[in-house]
Every structure is written in structure tokens, then in C-alpha cells.
Design a protein around this ligand. Structure first.
Ligand code: 4NP
Length: 174
């Protein structure tokens, strides 16, 4: 979507009674379930749970039904987050059921654009990095931690906490 149209779409969401967000990565066992857990926590801490519907899905089908990767669960737990999502694959109805579909990296975004059934559905797709604050401008995506060590998982959680907090503020502004 053109940047201006995109911003207009997002500011239109601020007036909606309910905001439905779907986070998407490849496996749906590391980045997107962590984003889901962090966003739910932000919304809960702001007492705003009735306004937000938050879920996650993967473009791949390798881990359907699984809990998040134990490394991600361990690192999240240290920050007080219990990740209980069960892996699922994105489906066409998700493009109707959610207002924003947030890809973790450019590859996820390309896959989502291929799957979008209509131009309106495609307009809902954006990348998580659009919500990164100034501190995080050295990153332009959420890097896949699957083949990384502990630092990779910590980095993902740092980036996601920053992005979720910025997204919450932007979409809650009246
Ligand atoms: P995620 O990480 O996309 O952040 O969930 C991955 C998890 C599993 C695989 C790839 C990425 N995999 O190839 O199984």
C-alpha cells in the first residue's frame, strides 16, 4: 500500500471499537507467538483487553499444534511472560478476520502478499519493523532466531517489546 494510504488506514483503526491484529512469521513457534504474548501483556497492563483481538500464525506448516519453541518460552518466562499459543498455519479467512496482519520479515511479507485473496486483503499487510522506535532503527526486520543462540532470542524479545508498545500507543491515540 502507498505510505499515505497506509497511514490513513491505520489512523482509521483508532476509531474502531475493536482492533484485530494477527502476527505472522514462518514457523509460528518463535517470533509471532512471542509478539502475540507481548502484545496481549501490553493490552492487559493498560486494562484494554476488551478492545483487542490478538493472535498469531505461521506461513509454514512444520509445527502445527506445537507450543512455542522451548527456548523462546524460557526467554519469555524470564520476562514474566507465559507463552501458551498453539501453532497454526495462516488461512484465507484470516484476511477477513483481522484488521492488521503483521509480518516479522520481508520473506513473511512476500508469502502473505501471495496468499492475500483481494487487494483489500493485501492492504492489511505490514511489517513489524514499521513500529520500531528510533532506538531500533539499525534493524529493518525481526531476525529469525531459530538457528541462533540466546542473544538471538533476547534480541527478538527486545525488538518486539519496543514495537508492541509503540503500536499500542499509536492505535490507542484518539
Ligand atoms: P519463527 O522461527 O518463524 O520465528 O517461528 C522458525 C521456526 C521454525 C522454522 C523456521 C523458523 N523451521 O524451519 O522449522
Amino acid at each position: 500500500m502507498h505510505k499515505k494510504t497506509h497511514n490513513k488506514y491505520l489512523s482509521g483503526l483508532c476509531d474502531k471499537k475493536t482492533i484485530r491484529v494477527l502476527f505472522v512469521c514462518l514457523g509460528n513457534i518463535c517470533r509471532s507467538p512471542a509478539a502475540e504474548g507481548i502484545m496481549k501483556d501490553v493490552v492487559k497492563k493498560n486494562g484494554d483487553e476488551s478492545r483487542w483481538i490478538i493472535d498469531s500464525a505461521g506461513t509454514g506448516d512444520y509445527h502445527i499444534g506445537d507450543l512455542p519453541d522451548y527456548r523462546m518460552r524460557t526467554h519469555a518466562q524470564r520476562r514474566g511472560l507465559n507463552l501458551t499459543h498453539r501453532c497454526r498455519q495462516i488461512k484465507e479467512a484470516d484476511f477477513d478476520d483481522f484488521d492488521i496482519i503483521i509480518a516479522m520479515d520481508a520473506s513473511n511479507e512476500r508469502n502473505l502478499r501471495r496468499l492475500a485473496p483481494t487487494p483489500e486483503a493485501e492492504d492489511k499487510i505490514m511489517q513489524m519493523s514499521e513500529w520500531f522506535g528510533d532506538r531500533e532503527t539499525r534493524y529493518d526486520h525481526v531476525p529469525d532466531p531459530y538457528y541462533e543462540g540466546a542473544e538471538g532470542f533476547e534480541l527478538v524479545l527486545d525488538l518486539l517489546e519496543d514495537a508492541c508498545s509503540n503500536m499500542y500507543k499509536a492505535l490507542s491515540a484518539k
